[in-house]
Design a protein around this ligand. Structure first.
Ligand code: AMP
Length: 470
Protein backbone atom coordinates (compact mmCIF):
# COMPACT_ATOMS: atom_id res chain seq x y z
CA UNK A 1 0.00 0.00 0.00
CA UNK A 2 1.53 3.29 -1.05
CA UNK A 3 1.00 5.84 1.61
CA UNK A 4 1.29 9.52 2.13
CA UNK A 5 1.66 10.64 5.64
CA UNK A 6 -0.05 13.97 5.36
CA UNK A 7 1.27 15.01 8.75
CA UNK A 8 4.43 16.12 7.00
CA UNK A 9 2.52 18.20 4.49
CA UNK A 10 0.05 20.15 6.58
CA UNK A 11 0.58 21.92 9.84
CA UNK A 12 -2.86 21.73 11.41
CA UNK A 13 -2.04 24.60 13.75
CA UNK A 14 -1.77 26.99 10.83
CA UNK A 15 -4.70 25.73 8.82
CA UNK A 16 -8.04 27.44 8.48
CA UNK A 17 -11.11 26.11 6.71
CA UNK A 18 -10.67 28.90 4.14
CA UNK A 19 -7.13 27.79 3.40
CA UNK A 20 -8.46 24.31 2.66
CA UNK A 21 -10.32 25.92 -0.21
CA UNK A 22 -13.74 24.82 0.82
CA UNK A 23 -16.68 26.34 -1.04
CA UNK A 24 -18.38 29.44 0.40
CA UNK A 25 -21.66 27.51 1.00
CA UNK A 26 -19.78 25.03 3.17
CA UNK A 27 -17.71 27.68 4.94
CA UNK A 28 -20.90 29.54 5.79
CA UNK A 29 -22.44 26.46 7.39
CA UNK A 30 -19.25 25.80 9.36
CA UNK A 31 -19.05 29.28 10.74
CA UNK A 32 -22.75 29.26 11.64
CA UNK A 33 -22.18 25.98 13.45
CA UNK A 34 -19.30 27.53 15.36
CA UNK A 35 -16.35 25.71 13.83
CA UNK A 36 -13.40 28.05 13.53
CA UNK A 37 -10.39 25.79 13.04
CA UNK A 38 -10.10 22.37 11.43
CA UNK A 39 -9.10 19.53 13.71
CA UNK A 40 -5.87 17.70 12.74
CA UNK A 41 -7.71 14.91 10.93
CA UNK A 42 -9.71 17.50 9.00
CA UNK A 43 -6.65 19.56 8.09
CA UNK A 44 -4.96 16.43 6.76
CA UNK A 45 -7.83 14.54 5.16
CA UNK A 46 -9.67 17.35 3.38
CA UNK A 47 -6.91 18.15 0.82
CA UNK A 48 -6.37 14.43 0.13
CA UNK A 49 -10.06 13.77 -0.50
CA UNK A 50 -10.46 16.94 -2.58
CA UNK A 51 -7.56 15.74 -4.71
CA UNK A 52 -9.60 12.63 -5.46
CA UNK A 53 -7.42 10.08 -3.68
CA UNK A 54 -8.56 7.07 -1.75
CA UNK A 55 -7.93 7.43 1.96
CA UNK A 56 -7.23 5.16 4.88
CA UNK A 57 -7.56 7.21 8.06
CA UNK A 58 -6.82 6.12 11.58
CA UNK A 59 -9.08 8.25 13.70
CA UNK A 60 -11.48 7.65 16.51
CA UNK A 61 -14.83 9.24 17.14
CA UNK A 62 -14.16 12.55 18.82
CA UNK A 63 -11.37 13.63 16.51
CA UNK A 64 -13.68 15.41 14.09
CA UNK A 65 -13.49 12.56 11.56
CA UNK A 66 -17.07 13.02 10.36
CA UNK A 67 -16.39 16.47 8.98
CA UNK A 68 -13.03 15.20 7.69
CA UNK A 69 -14.86 13.07 5.14
CA UNK A 70 -18.21 14.89 4.94
CA UNK A 71 -16.85 18.32 4.01
CA UNK A 72 -14.71 17.31 1.01
CA UNK A 73 -17.39 14.82 -0.02
CA UNK A 74 -19.97 17.60 -0.18
CA UNK A 75 -17.56 19.85 -2.00
CA UNK A 76 -16.90 17.18 -4.64
CA UNK A 77 -20.61 16.69 -5.19
CA UNK A 78 -21.42 20.40 -5.30
CA UNK A 79 -21.13 20.72 -9.10
CA UNK A 80 -23.77 18.00 -9.37
CA UNK A 81 -26.23 19.60 -6.96
CA UNK A 82 -29.59 20.32 -8.48
CA UNK A 83 -32.48 22.49 -7.42
CA UNK A 84 -34.84 20.38 -9.48
CA UNK A 85 -37.52 18.50 -7.57
CA UNK A 86 -37.20 15.55 -9.92
CA UNK A 87 -35.86 12.42 -8.17
CA UNK A 88 -33.91 11.60 -11.32
CA UNK A 89 -31.76 14.67 -10.65
CA UNK A 90 -30.87 13.39 -7.20
CA UNK A 91 -29.29 9.95 -7.59
CA UNK A 92 -27.26 8.48 -4.76
CA UNK A 93 -23.74 9.70 -5.42
CA UNK A 94 -22.13 9.12 -2.04
CA UNK A 95 -22.70 6.18 0.27
CA UNK A 96 -21.59 6.32 3.88
CA UNK A 97 -21.70 3.02 5.75
CA UNK A 98 -21.60 2.85 9.53
CA UNK A 99 -21.80 -0.09 11.93
CA UNK A 100 -24.57 1.23 14.17
CA UNK A 101 -27.80 3.11 13.84
CA UNK A 102 -26.70 5.72 16.36
CA UNK A 103 -23.57 6.52 14.40
CA UNK A 104 -25.54 6.57 11.15
CA UNK A 105 -27.99 9.06 12.62
CA UNK A 106 -25.25 11.29 13.95
CA UNK A 107 -23.25 11.24 10.75
CA UNK A 108 -26.29 12.17 8.73
CA UNK A 109 -27.18 14.95 11.17
CA UNK A 110 -23.70 16.39 10.61
CA UNK A 111 -23.95 16.03 6.84
CA UNK A 112 -27.25 17.91 6.92
CA UNK A 113 -25.72 20.73 8.91
CA UNK A 114 -22.73 21.07 6.58
CA UNK A 115 -24.93 20.83 3.46
CA UNK A 116 -27.55 23.26 4.65
CA UNK A 117 -26.65 25.98 2.13
CA UNK A 118 -26.39 23.57 -0.79
CA UNK A 119 -28.96 21.71 -2.89
CA UNK A 120 -27.48 18.38 -1.89
CA UNK A 121 -29.86 16.07 -0.09
CA UNK A 122 -29.00 13.47 2.51
CA UNK A 123 -30.88 10.66 4.21
CA UNK A 124 -30.17 8.00 6.81
CA UNK A 125 -31.51 4.44 6.69
CA UNK A 126 -30.98 1.83 9.39
CA UNK A 127 -32.58 -1.34 10.63
CA UNK A 128 -34.93 -1.77 13.55
CA UNK A 129 -37.60 0.48 12.10
CA UNK A 130 -40.26 -0.23 9.50
CA UNK A 131 -38.52 -0.20 6.13
CA UNK A 132 -41.62 1.27 4.49
CA UNK A 133 -41.23 4.51 6.40
CA UNK A 134 -37.84 5.04 4.70
CA UNK A 135 -38.99 4.37 1.17
CA UNK A 136 -40.84 7.61 0.33
CA UNK A 137 -37.82 9.75 1.27
CA UNK A 138 -35.53 7.50 -0.78
CA UNK A 139 -37.89 7.78 -3.74
CA UNK A 140 -37.66 11.56 -3.64
CA UNK A 141 -33.95 11.21 -4.38
CA UNK A 142 -30.88 11.86 -2.20
CA UNK A 143 -27.26 12.44 -3.15
CA UNK A 144 -25.79 11.31 0.16
CA UNK A 145 -27.08 8.17 1.78
CA UNK A 146 -25.90 7.16 5.25
CA UNK A 147 -26.75 3.55 6.00
CA UNK A 148 -26.10 0.52 8.13
CA UNK A 149 -25.10 -2.37 5.85
CA UNK A 150 -28.00 -4.74 6.54
CA UNK A 151 -30.71 -2.20 5.93
CA UNK A 152 -29.00 -0.95 2.80
CA UNK A 153 -29.15 -4.47 1.40
CA UNK A 154 -32.82 -4.76 2.40
CA UNK A 155 -33.51 -1.67 0.29
CA UNK A 156 -31.46 -3.07 -2.57
CA UNK A 157 -33.57 -6.23 -2.46
CA UNK A 158 -36.77 -4.24 -2.41
CA UNK A 159 -35.47 -2.14 -5.29
CA UNK A 160 -36.15 1.03 -3.35
CA UNK A 161 -32.75 2.44 -4.22
CA UNK A 162 -30.12 2.28 -6.94
CA UNK A 163 -26.40 2.36 -6.38
CA UNK A 164 -25.32 2.64 -10.01
CA UNK A 165 -24.22 6.27 -9.70
CA UNK A 166 -22.28 6.06 -6.47
CA UNK A 167 -18.96 7.77 -6.96
CA UNK A 168 -17.83 8.06 -3.35
CA UNK A 169 -17.89 5.41 -0.65
CA UNK A 170 -17.10 5.96 3.03
CA UNK A 171 -16.63 3.13 5.48
CA UNK A 172 -16.90 4.71 8.89
CA UNK A 173 -15.62 2.79 11.94
CA UNK A 174 -14.53 0.02 9.62
CA UNK A 175 -12.92 -1.92 12.47
CA UNK A 176 -16.22 -2.03 14.28
CA UNK A 177 -17.98 -3.18 11.16
CA UNK A 178 -15.64 -6.13 10.96
CA UNK A 179 -16.03 -6.83 14.69
CA UNK A 180 -19.77 -6.89 14.25
CA UNK A 181 -19.59 -9.40 11.43
CA UNK A 182 -20.51 -7.09 8.56
CA UNK A 183 -17.83 -8.40 6.20
CA UNK A 184 -20.22 -10.52 4.06
CA UNK A 185 -22.65 -7.59 3.78
CA UNK A 186 -19.80 -5.25 2.86
CA UNK A 187 -18.64 -7.58 0.11
CA UNK A 188 -22.14 -7.74 -1.32
CA UNK A 189 -22.46 -3.96 -1.23
CA UNK A 190 -19.06 -3.37 -2.83
CA UNK A 191 -20.06 -5.67 -5.69
CA UNK A 192 -23.07 -3.47 -6.38
CA UNK A 193 -21.11 -0.23 -6.72
CA UNK A 194 -19.53 1.18 -9.87
CA UNK A 195 -15.85 0.22 -10.05
CA UNK A 196 -14.85 3.80 -10.76
CA UNK A 197 -15.24 5.55 -7.43
CA UNK A 198 -13.36 7.18 -4.58
CA UNK A 199 -13.11 5.19 -1.35
CA UNK A 200 -12.53 6.52 2.14
CA UNK A 201 -12.05 4.29 5.11
CA UNK A 202 -11.97 5.35 8.76
CA UNK A 203 -10.92 3.05 11.53
CA UNK A 204 -9.89 3.56 15.13
CA UNK A 205 -7.51 0.61 15.00
CA UNK A 206 -5.26 -0.95 12.37
CA UNK A 207 -5.66 -4.66 12.85
CA UNK A 208 -4.53 -7.16 10.24
CA UNK A 209 -8.14 -7.56 9.15
CA UNK A 210 -8.42 -3.85 8.58
CA UNK A 211 -5.24 -3.84 6.56
CA UNK A 212 -6.60 -6.70 4.46
CA UNK A 213 -9.87 -4.89 3.93
CA UNK A 214 -8.10 -1.69 2.95
CA UNK A 215 -5.90 -3.54 0.50
CA UNK A 216 -8.95 -5.16 -1.00
CA UNK A 217 -10.96 -2.09 -1.66
CA UNK A 218 -8.77 1.01 -1.52
CA UNK A 219 -6.82 2.05 -4.54
CA UNK A 220 -3.40 3.56 -3.85
CA UNK A 221 -4.68 5.19 -0.67
CA UNK A 222 -3.16 8.01 1.32
CA UNK A 223 -2.66 7.01 4.91
CA UNK A 224 -3.44 9.46 7.65
CA UNK A 225 -3.22 8.77 11.33
CA UNK A 226 -4.04 11.53 13.74
CA UNK A 227 -2.99 9.85 16.92
CA UNK A 228 -1.38 6.55 17.61
CA UNK A 229 -4.26 4.30 16.78
CA UNK A 230 -4.37 2.69 20.16
CA UNK A 231 -3.42 5.69 22.24
CA UNK A 232 -5.71 7.22 24.79
CA UNK A 233 -6.24 10.93 24.98
CA UNK A 234 -3.69 12.76 27.10
CA UNK A 235 -6.36 14.99 28.56
CA UNK A 236 -8.35 12.11 30.04
CA UNK A 237 -7.53 11.35 33.66
CA UNK A 238 -7.75 7.61 34.14
CA UNK A 239 -8.28 5.97 37.48
CA UNK A 240 -9.00 2.53 38.79
CA UNK A 241 -10.86 1.57 41.95
CA UNK A 242 -10.01 -1.94 43.05
CA UNK A 243 -13.33 -3.16 44.38
CA UNK A 244 -15.09 -6.44 44.91
CA UNK A 245 -17.91 -7.27 42.55
CA UNK A 246 -20.37 -6.97 45.44
CA UNK A 247 -19.23 -3.47 46.29
CA UNK A 248 -19.21 -2.10 42.76
CA UNK A 249 -22.68 -0.73 42.97
CA UNK A 250 -21.96 1.12 46.21
CA UNK A 251 -18.72 2.46 44.76
CA UNK A 252 -20.55 3.65 41.68
CA UNK A 253 -23.24 5.34 43.75
CA UNK A 254 -20.56 7.06 45.83
CA UNK A 255 -18.75 8.33 42.74
CA UNK A 256 -21.97 9.55 41.15
CA UNK A 257 -23.10 11.34 44.28
CA UNK A 258 -19.71 12.87 44.94
CA UNK A 259 -19.16 14.04 41.40
CA UNK A 260 -20.22 17.35 39.99
CA UNK A 261 -20.24 15.86 36.51
CA UNK A 262 -23.57 16.61 34.92
CA UNK A 263 -23.42 13.76 32.42
CA UNK A 264 -21.84 10.40 32.93
CA UNK A 265 -21.80 7.32 30.75
CA UNK A 266 -21.49 4.06 32.66
CA UNK A 267 -20.34 1.11 30.58
CA UNK A 268 -21.38 -2.45 31.20
CA UNK A 269 -20.51 -5.59 29.29
CA UNK A 270 -24.01 -6.96 29.01
CA UNK A 271 -27.45 -5.64 28.23
CA UNK A 272 -28.72 -7.38 31.34
CA UNK A 273 -26.34 -5.50 33.62
CA UNK A 274 -27.15 -2.24 31.86
CA UNK A 275 -30.89 -2.65 32.45
CA UNK A 276 -30.52 -3.79 36.02
CA UNK A 277 -28.11 -1.05 36.93
CA UNK A 278 -30.35 1.59 35.40
CA UNK A 279 -33.36 0.33 37.33
CA UNK A 280 -31.36 0.17 40.53
CA UNK A 281 -30.03 3.70 40.16
CA UNK A 282 -33.50 4.95 39.32
CA UNK A 283 -34.83 3.38 42.51
CA UNK A 284 -32.14 5.25 44.39
CA UNK A 285 -33.35 8.50 42.95
CA UNK A 286 -30.69 9.03 40.30
CA UNK A 287 -31.65 10.22 36.84
CA UNK A 288 -30.47 7.15 34.98
CA UNK A 289 -31.45 5.18 31.92
CA UNK A 290 -29.99 2.38 29.84
CA UNK A 291 -29.22 2.26 26.15
CA UNK A 292 -28.57 -1.10 24.53
CA UNK A 293 -29.41 -3.21 21.54
CA UNK A 294 -32.50 -4.85 23.06
CA UNK A 295 -34.28 -1.55 23.35
CA UNK A 296 -36.36 -0.37 20.47
CA UNK A 297 -34.89 2.28 18.24
CA UNK A 298 -37.43 4.72 19.61
CA UNK A 299 -36.45 3.98 23.21
CA UNK A 300 -32.75 4.33 22.41
CA UNK A 301 -33.25 7.62 20.67
CA UNK A 302 -35.43 8.92 23.48
CA UNK A 303 -32.84 7.94 26.10
CA UNK A 304 -30.04 9.54 24.10
CA UNK A 305 -32.02 12.72 23.55
CA UNK A 306 -32.96 12.94 27.23
CA UNK A 307 -29.27 12.50 28.10
CA UNK A 308 -28.20 15.18 25.65
CA UNK A 309 -30.78 17.54 27.10
CA UNK A 310 -29.66 16.83 30.63
CA UNK A 311 -32.92 15.17 31.68
CA UNK A 312 -30.91 12.03 32.33
CA UNK A 313 -27.61 12.39 34.14
CA UNK A 314 -26.38 8.81 33.97
CA UNK A 315 -26.57 6.80 30.78
CA UNK A 316 -25.76 3.11 31.15
CA UNK A 317 -24.52 1.70 27.88
CA UNK A 318 -23.08 -1.45 26.40
CA UNK A 319 -20.11 -1.13 24.05
CA UNK A 320 -22.09 -1.70 20.90
CA UNK A 321 -24.86 0.72 21.82
CA UNK A 322 -22.35 3.40 22.72
CA UNK A 323 -20.41 3.31 19.49
CA UNK A 324 -20.65 6.57 17.69
CA UNK A 325 -22.49 8.37 20.47
CA UNK A 326 -21.62 11.94 19.91
CA UNK A 327 -22.08 13.86 23.10
CA UNK A 328 -20.26 17.11 23.40
CA UNK A 329 -18.36 17.78 26.56
CA UNK A 330 -18.96 14.50 28.28
CA UNK A 331 -16.97 14.97 31.46
CA UNK A 332 -16.94 11.45 32.83
CA UNK A 333 -16.98 7.85 31.76
CA UNK A 334 -17.22 4.98 34.25
CA UNK A 335 -16.39 1.39 33.41
CA UNK A 336 -18.66 -0.63 35.66
CA UNK A 337 -17.41 -3.78 34.03
CA UNK A 338 -14.05 -4.01 32.30
CA UNK A 339 -14.10 -5.08 28.68
CA UNK A 340 -12.14 -8.20 27.81
CA UNK A 341 -10.98 -6.59 24.53
CA UNK A 342 -8.57 -3.78 25.47
CA UNK A 343 -9.52 -1.77 22.36
CA UNK A 344 -13.01 -1.41 23.79
CA UNK A 345 -11.52 0.34 26.78
CA UNK A 346 -9.86 2.84 24.45
CA UNK A 347 -13.14 3.40 22.62
CA UNK A 348 -15.03 3.82 25.85
CA UNK A 349 -12.77 6.41 27.36
CA UNK A 350 -12.56 8.19 24.01
CA UNK A 351 -16.11 9.39 24.75
CA UNK A 352 -14.74 11.91 27.18
CA UNK A 353 -11.99 14.50 26.84
CA UNK A 354 -12.99 15.45 23.34
CA UNK A 355 -11.79 18.41 21.38
CA UNK A 356 -9.21 19.30 24.01
CA UNK A 357 -11.63 19.32 26.96
CA UNK A 358 -10.53 17.44 30.04
CA UNK A 359 -12.30 14.29 31.07
CA UNK A 360 -12.24 11.57 33.68
CA UNK A 361 -12.42 7.84 33.08
CA UNK A 362 -12.95 5.68 36.14
CA UNK A 363 -12.85 1.91 36.10
CA UNK A 364 -14.28 -0.31 38.82
CA UNK A 365 -12.09 -3.37 38.74
CA UNK A 366 -12.85 -6.57 40.61
CA UNK A 367 -10.09 -9.09 41.31
CA UNK A 368 -11.34 -11.27 38.44
CA UNK A 369 -11.00 -8.32 36.05
CA UNK A 370 -7.43 -7.38 36.90
CA UNK A 371 -6.14 -9.53 34.04
CA UNK A 372 -8.02 -7.30 31.58
CA UNK A 373 -6.38 -4.22 33.08
CA UNK A 374 -2.96 -5.71 32.42
CA UNK A 375 -3.87 -6.07 28.75
CA UNK A 376 -5.26 -2.54 28.62
CA UNK A 377 -2.13 -1.09 30.19
CA UNK A 378 -0.02 -2.96 27.67
CA UNK A 379 -2.09 -1.50 24.83
CA UNK A 380 -2.09 2.08 26.04
CA UNK A 381 1.52 1.76 27.16
CA UNK A 382 0.92 3.29 30.51
CA UNK A 383 0.01 2.29 34.01
CA UNK A 384 -3.31 3.54 35.31
CA UNK A 385 -3.50 4.94 38.87
CA UNK A 386 -5.10 2.48 41.22
CA UNK A 387 -6.82 2.99 44.53
CA UNK A 388 -8.28 0.44 46.86
CA UNK A 389 -11.99 1.16 47.16
CA UNK A 390 -12.96 2.41 50.58
CA UNK A 391 -16.65 1.58 50.35
CA UNK A 392 -17.40 -1.26 52.61
CA UNK A 393 -20.68 -2.90 52.27
CA UNK A 394 -20.52 -6.11 54.14
CA UNK A 395 -20.98 -8.81 51.59
CA UNK A 396 -24.03 -10.75 52.70
CA UNK A 397 -23.31 -14.39 52.19
CA UNK A 398 -26.77 -15.06 51.03
CA UNK A 399 -28.30 -17.52 48.66
CA UNK A 400 -28.48 -14.55 46.31
CA UNK A 401 -24.72 -14.08 46.26
CA UNK A 402 -24.02 -17.74 45.67
CA UNK A 403 -26.38 -17.54 42.69
CA UNK A 404 -24.53 -14.48 41.54
CA UNK A 405 -21.25 -16.33 41.55
CA UNK A 406 -22.78 -19.16 39.57
CA UNK A 407 -24.02 -16.66 37.02
CA UNK A 408 -20.56 -15.15 36.78
CA UNK A 409 -19.14 -18.58 36.17
CA UNK A 410 -21.50 -18.94 33.27
CA UNK A 411 -20.29 -15.63 31.91
CA UNK A 412 -23.59 -13.88 32.54
CA UNK A 413 -24.12 -10.52 34.08
CA UNK A 414 -21.92 -9.85 37.02
CA UNK A 415 -23.97 -7.16 38.62
CA UNK A 416 -26.94 -8.39 40.46
CA UNK A 417 -28.50 -5.78 42.69
CA UNK A 418 -26.53 -5.44 45.89
CA UNK A 419 -29.26 -5.92 48.42
CA UNK A 420 -27.32 -4.56 51.32
CA UNK A 421 -27.15 -0.97 50.04
CA UNK A 422 -28.07 1.20 52.99
CA UNK A 423 -31.14 2.70 51.43
CA UNK A 424 -34.55 2.00 52.80
CA UNK A 425 -34.95 0.00 55.97
CA UNK A 426 -36.68 -3.30 55.55
CA UNK A 427 -39.59 -4.37 57.67
CA UNK A 428 -37.74 -7.43 58.80
CA UNK A 429 -35.22 -6.40 61.47
CA UNK A 430 -33.04 -9.35 60.52
CA UNK A 431 -32.13 -7.65 57.30
CA UNK A 432 -30.99 -4.54 59.14
CA UNK A 433 -28.71 -6.42 61.48
CA UNK A 434 -24.99 -6.09 60.88
CA UNK A 435 -23.48 -8.90 58.90
CA UNK A 436 -22.58 -11.99 60.84
CA UNK A 437 -20.25 -14.19 58.94
CA UNK A 438 -21.44 -17.71 58.38
CA UNK A 439 -19.33 -20.36 59.94
CA UNK A 440 -17.87 -22.40 57.24
CA UNK A 441 -18.27 -26.09 57.60
CA UNK A 442 -14.59 -26.52 58.17
CA UNK A 443 -14.71 -23.87 60.89
CA UNK A 444 -17.23 -25.79 62.95
CA UNK A 445 -15.19 -27.37 65.70
CA UNK A 446 -14.79 -31.01 64.97
CA UNK A 447 -15.10 -31.83 68.63
CA UNK A 448 -18.52 -30.20 68.93
CA UNK A 449 -20.65 -32.61 70.84
CA UNK A 450 -23.15 -34.48 68.74
CA UNK A 451 -26.66 -33.22 69.05
CA UNK A 452 -25.53 -29.65 69.82
CA UNK A 453 -28.49 -27.57 68.69
CA UNK A 454 -26.81 -24.14 68.86
CA UNK A 455 -28.42 -21.78 66.37
CA UNK A 456 -26.60 -20.67 63.24
CA UNK A 457 -29.04 -18.17 61.72
CA UNK A 458 -26.97 -17.24 58.71
CA UNK A 459 -26.45 -20.83 57.79
CA UNK A 460 -30.14 -21.39 58.20
CA UNK A 461 -30.87 -18.63 55.75
CA UNK A 462 -28.47 -20.11 53.30
CA UNK A 463 -30.94 -22.91 53.03
CA UNK A 464 -29.51 -24.90 55.86
CA UNK A 465 -25.88 -25.88 56.12
CA UNK A 466 -25.28 -29.57 56.02
CA UNK A 467 -23.93 -30.10 59.43
CA UNK A 468 -21.05 -32.37 59.94
CA UNK A 469 -22.43 -33.46 63.22
CA UNK A 470 -25.87 -34.42 62.04
P1 AMP B 1 -16.50 13.29 15.31
O1 AMP B 1 -15.14 12.75 15.60
O2 AMP B 1 -16.75 13.50 13.88
O3 AMP B 1 -17.55 12.45 15.98
O4 AMP B 1 -16.60 14.75 15.98
C1 AMP B 1 -16.50 14.96 17.36
C2 AMP B 1 -17.10 16.27 17.80
O5 AMP B 1 -16.28 17.36 17.42
C3 AMP B 1 -18.47 16.55 17.23
O6 AMP B 1 -19.28 17.03 18.27
C4 AMP B 1 -18.25 17.62 16.20
O7 AMP B 1 -19.39 18.46 16.07
C5 AMP B 1 -17.06 18.37 16.78
N1 AMP B 1 -16.21 18.99 15.75
C6 AMP B 1 -15.79 18.42 14.61
N2 AMP B 1 -15.00 19.26 13.94
C7 AMP B 1 -14.88 20.37 14.66
C8 AMP B 1 -14.18 21.61 14.50
N3 AMP B 1 -13.41 21.84 13.44
N4 AMP B 1 -14.30 22.54 15.45
C9 AMP B 1 -15.05 22.29 16.55
N5 AMP B 1 -15.74 21.16 16.77
C10 AMP B 1 -15.66 20.21 15.84
Amino acid sequence: MMTVNAEHEVNPEQTSFESLELAPEILKALSEFGYTTPTPIQAQAIPVVLAGRDLMAGAQTGTGKTAAFALPLLQKLLPLASSSASPARHPIRALILTPTRELAIQVEESVKVYAKHTNLRSLVVFGGVDIKTQTPSLMRGVEILVATPGRLLDHVEQRTLQLGQVQMLVLDEADRMLDMGFMPDLKRILALLPKQRQNLMFSATFSNEIKKLSEAFLNNPALIEVARSNATAENVTQKIYLVSQENKHAQLAEILRGSDATQVIVFTKTKLTASRLARQLQREGLLADAIHGDKSQKERMEALEAFKQGKIAVLIATDVAARGLDIDQLPMVINYEIPSAPEDYVHRIGRTGRAGASGTAISLVSPEEEKYIKEIEKLIKREIDKEQSSVSIAPRQSRDSSHREKRQDRGESMSQPVRSLPKSKSNDPWFDKPYEPAQSISAIPANRPAGNKSKTPVAALLGGLRRQDS
